[in-house]
Design a protein around this ligand. Structure first.
Ligand code: BGC
Length: 771
């Protein structure tokens, strides 16, 4: 141990003294040829020295679970004997160092790498995925990614299981909260932005971590939005709508791909050779690692494609699943499978090479402690306040808030008089962080109440009442509280809580009701059959409405909700998702007008759950419904108003923006050419503000039916009150073409419609013809 420490210290000194070696590009991008050659020959040399067991050890990604010391001893022993390749769920430098020390005691001293779910921030928690997406602000999103990488790397971490780019058109799915919504183009842009922000140009550099895009593929299209369910999809929809975001992340250089838990068209992704080899590697040229999702290899048994563990291990490795996340079967079954000739050693070698390449590019072979640093430099307190990036979190959070309604300029509020702050989420520090925020500390998060209190200190009086439990249904509370305390149930009766809230409201000038879903309601394994605000809180809202005081609803939730009642009864409504560590400050900034809201919805909000899936880029059908001329035999529901409550791309501001008609640089375009579509945007209101100009394109006559419109560009702009600006977009093949059922990208001549607007519903249109 002493010797090892001396060797490490010497290596560290050497690393400081020498100029750093030529950086290698991330595995997804092509490294300089010489560097790549050196890497491959170093890996060749190492692999020649590895036994079969040591190779298999590299394919095991193990979780460190908190638990009895004996369990940790078992893990350390596995590491020392070369049976583990990488670790996840460790999140402090001292813990990581102990594990790396064990790897340095193994025969070949192959370093471990350390992964974690750094999903929307790390120590500092940023808004959840849907919130980030609502900003439509790539600089802000990149900032969240950079801060995440800096903080995660400062904890010794090397790789994150992010970004999650699963397109979803169904709000019932709890994991909508982690993704970026329903749109392919927006999600692709965000995925690529985050990959670059996490990885930088050199994944071995301080302050960077590798990205692994997930869940490959099409997890967001599970039937009925019931988590882990199956996916059945036409090839054209797959190529056109669901696959591009993964491809965009890979093109941006993502080092890893996490394989989805679901099956697609009957084949579980973990065993899908077409997906993991033909598409991912051969067509897309991916060179990084594939990682199974948690326990997914053994789940091949219950999917009904493997007879036993051995069969499952064989299918997964042959399909191209490199790393097994917390399944035993690679460890127990791959060796006999190779010995019996059922699995070729080439399959093992290919996967091992992928893993070693990642470690090489992380710089771990040069210095296994490269990212974890020296013990002497460990933070005295992992949660120290000065490790947080609060200013970044606050700024990104306020950009993520979406103003859904604001009648009679109820907002912004004035910092005076008495404000009732009511609701079960108003004082919650845990909920405001959202789920997948395990390195964040709730006690460091700013609740809405705290944000409002600080903003009004000395100027207005706040009156607080909880008013209701998040949910009263005991069965649901038990479900939500099974693994982590999610919902606090008050011992008072609902009546008593509402009475207290009504009293507070009556004694105030305005009511701010903070309602929605607890963070655990919008998580993995949190699918809902209904998407309304739970009854307990709806009853509270009704009682507050009855006081006649102006009612401002502040929503906290991780999926689109059905908000018809709230829309009809609130004077103003702000969608805040789960806004992160600085959520309360950011929300106060918007409620008091210190920041003018600019967020736009990345998912359609239906009126009622029975309408889902409801998404803006649908096909027209042969009998489209026209709200202006409703007709019986059209594609509609007869028992409810049709169309969304809030369309994709929608969001208000405290100012107003006017749009001119669309100008095209030409009405006739030659094949292979480009044209420019422009619109003049004017801030016609009284305040400075930002908005998002959105470009949609429609190919109304093609060889297959094409959507009524598809997002193909956007630009977030800031305009001073009274200011105008021309906003232009280039339109070429990338905006006009589409993938067919064979995965071919076609651009077909004919007429195209170009829409420019501030949401997907109200947009101005012009047409051109492609010759
Ligand atoms: C989730 C992944 C996550 C993994 C590791 C799984 O249950 O599906 O998204 O990265 O756990 O925590």
């Amino acid at each position: 141990m002493k010797l090892l420490a001396a060797a490490v210290a010497a290596a560290l000194l050497a690393a400081c003294a020498q100029p750093s070696p030529q950086p290698l590009a991330s595995p997804g991008t092509a490294p300089a040829p010489q560097a790549a050659q050196a890497r491959e020959s170093d890996i060749d040399a190492l692999m020649q020295r590895m036994t079969l067991q040591e190779k298999i050890g590299q394919l095991r990604l193990r979780s460190v679970d908190a638990g009895p010391d004996a369990r940790k001893e078992v893990l350390l022993d596995e590491i020392r004997t070369g049976q583990v390749g990488a670790i996840f769920n460790t999140v402090t430098r001292p813990d990581i160092r102990v594990l790396q020390d064990a790897a340095m005691q193994s025969r070949l001293k192959i370093p471990l790498f350390f992964a974690y779910d750094v999903i929307h921030g790390h120590r500092t928690v940023f808004p959840i995925g849907l919130g980030l997406a609502s900003s439509w602000d790539m600089d802000a999103i990149a900032r969240s990614g950079r801060v995440s990488a800096i903080e995660a790397n400062a904890d010794g971490l090397n790789l994150t299981f992010s970004p999650m780019v699963d397109i979803s058109r169904d709000p019932r799915w709890g994991r909508n909260s982690e993704g970026y919504g329903e749109d392919t183009y927006l999600t692709s842009r965000i995925g690529a932005t985050l990959v670059k922000a996490y990885q930088g140009d050199d994944p071995s550099a301080p302050g960077t971590i590798m990205a692994s895009v997930k869940h490959f593929a099409m997890y967001g299209a599970i039937e009925g939005a019931r988590d882990y369910n199956t996916v059945d999809m036409s090839p054209q929809r797959m190529y056109q709508d669901y696959l591009p975001p993964y491809k965009a992340a890979i093109d941006a250089g993502a080092a890893g791909v996490m394989v989805a838990l679901n099956a697609v068209n009957g084949v579980p992704a973990t065993a899908d050779k077409w997906l993991l080899q033909d598409l991912l590697r051969k067509q897309w040229g991916f060179k990084g690692i594939t990682i199974s999702d948690h326990g997914a290899i053994l789940e091949l048994l219950r999917h009904g494609v493997a007879a036993d563990g051995r069969d499952a291990a064989r299918l997964a490795i042959q399909a191209g699943t490199d790393l097994s996340m917390n399944d035993k079967v690679y460890g127990t079954d791959l060796e006999p499978l190779v010995k019996s000739g059922e699995v070729a050693i080439a399959d093992i070698d290919r996967a091992v090479r992928d893993v070693l390449r990642v470690k090489y590019d992380l710089g771990l072979f040069r210095d296994a402690y490269r990212h974890v640093g020296r013990a002497a430099d460990d933070p005295a307190d992992n949660d120290a306040e000065n490790r947080l990036h609060r200013a970044d979190a606050r700024d990104v959070a306020r950009r993520s808030l979406v103003l859904l309604k604001n009648s009679a300029s109820t907002l912004p509020l004035r910092k005076q008089g008495t404000i009732a702050v009511i609701g079960p989420l108003a004082r919650s520090q845990r909920d405001v962080m959202g789920n997948w925020s395990a390195a964040g500390k709730a006690r460091q998060a700013v609740s809405v109440y705290q944000g409002l209190a600080e903003a009004t200190a000395g100027r207005a009086t706040l009156r607080y009442a909880k008013g209701a439990n998040v949910i009263d249904d005991a069965r649901i509370v038990t479900y939500l509280n099974e693994f982590e305390k999610d919902v606090e149930v008050d011992s008072r009766t609902p009546r008593a809580m509402i009475d207290e809230a009504v009293q507070a409201a009556r004694a105030s000038d305005v009511v701010v009701a903070v309602v929605g879903e607890s963070q655990g309601m919008a998580h993995e394994a949190s699918s809902r059959t209904d998407i309304v605000i739970p009854d307990s809180q709806r009853a509270l809202l009704r009682a507050l409405k009855a006081t006649g005081k102006p009612l401002v609803i502040v929503l906290m939730n991780g999926r689109p909700l059905a908000l018809e009642w709230e829309d009809a009864n609130a004077d103003a409504m702000l969608e805040t998702w789960y806004a992160g560590t600085e959520g309360g400050h950011a929300i106060a900034d918007v409620l008091f007008g210190d920041y003018n809201p600019s967020g736009k919805l990345p998912m359609t909000f239906p009126r009622v759950v029975g309408q889902v899936p409801l998404y803006y880029n649908h096909l027209n059908t042969g009998r489209p419904f026209d709200p202006a001329r409703p007709n019986k035999y059209t594609s509609r529901y007869f028992d409810h108003e049709n169309g969304p409550l809030y369309p994709f791309g929608y969001g208000l501001s405290y100012t107003t923006f006017d749009l001119s008609g669309v100008t095209l640089s030409t009405a006739q375009l030659a094949r292979g050419g480009k044209l420019t579509a422009s619109v003049t945007v004017r801030n016609s209101g009284q305040r400075d503000g930002e908005t998002v100009v959105q470009l949609y394109v429609q190919d109304p006559v093609a060889s297959i039916s094409r959507p009524v419109k598809e997002l193909k560009g956007f630009s977030k702009i800031f305009l001073k009150a009274g200011e105008s600006r021309v906003v232009s977009f280039e339109i070429g093949d990338a905006q006009m073409g589409f993938y067919d059922g064979q995965g071919r990208f076609n651009v077909e001549p004919g007429r195209f419609n170009v829409y420019l607007g501030l949401d997907s519903r109200d947009a101005n249109v012009a047409s051109f013809v492609l010759r």
